[in-house]
Design a protein around this ligand. Sequence first.
Ligand SMILES: *[C@@H]1O[C@H](CO)[C@@H](O)[C@H](O)[C@H]1NC(C)=O
Ligand SMILES: *[C@@H]1O[C@H](CO)[C@@H](O)[C@H](O)[C@H]1NC(C)=O
Length: 172
Amino acid sequence: MASESMMIMSFTTLTLLLLLSCSHLLSVASFQFEVGDNQGWVVPPANDSKIYNDWASENRFQIGDTVHFKYKKDSVMEVSESEYKNCNSTHPTFFSNTGTTVYKLDRPGLFYFISGSAGHCRRGQRMIIKVLSHEDAQSGGSGGGSSSASTAVAVLSYGGLIAQFAFLSYIF
Ligand SMILES: *[C@@H]1O[C@H](CO)[C@@H](O)[C@H](O)[C@H]1NC(C)=O
Ligand SMILES: *[C@@H]1O[C@H](CO)[C@@H](O)[C@H](O)[C@H]1NC(C)=O
């Protein structure tokens, strides 16, 4: 009787560990996006000022992905929604001016980026990125050639979360 329940327990543990290691592997499967593709992070042409939001809406961002900004004599800031709308660069939550910035999208929801250089944001050097939640990712949606792969990843990482939760309730 006792040994039987112990066997069940260790089998459960084994399954959980397996799921945990899967979810660990998945964290490696993130993707780096090149902001603005070849032209990088620059002031857009006057007749085409929405290039960054057009670019962002063509891509499918998921938690753990990174965005790479490449620029010269410029900067990149993450700001709030109202700061984005007003091109207010006085209190950014993130700032970089190294010329090459990799920013990790570490939560679902909206990220607001602007250039910190005077006048650049108003001329269109700004971008909103929407990071899908696990639920959004599972329900499919448009964009991205690899949507079935990302769905599989999302389902697996969701499974990993459940496993972690179950594992925690098991040890406490
Ligand atoms: C913007 O202007 C340039 C040259 O003046 C032109 O080549 C380009 O097609 C225009 N882009 C748009 C979106 O109108
Ligand atoms: C810019 O934002 C900061 C805080 O986010 C605020 O205190 C300040 O008044 C704003 N400036 C302008 C010009 O809106």
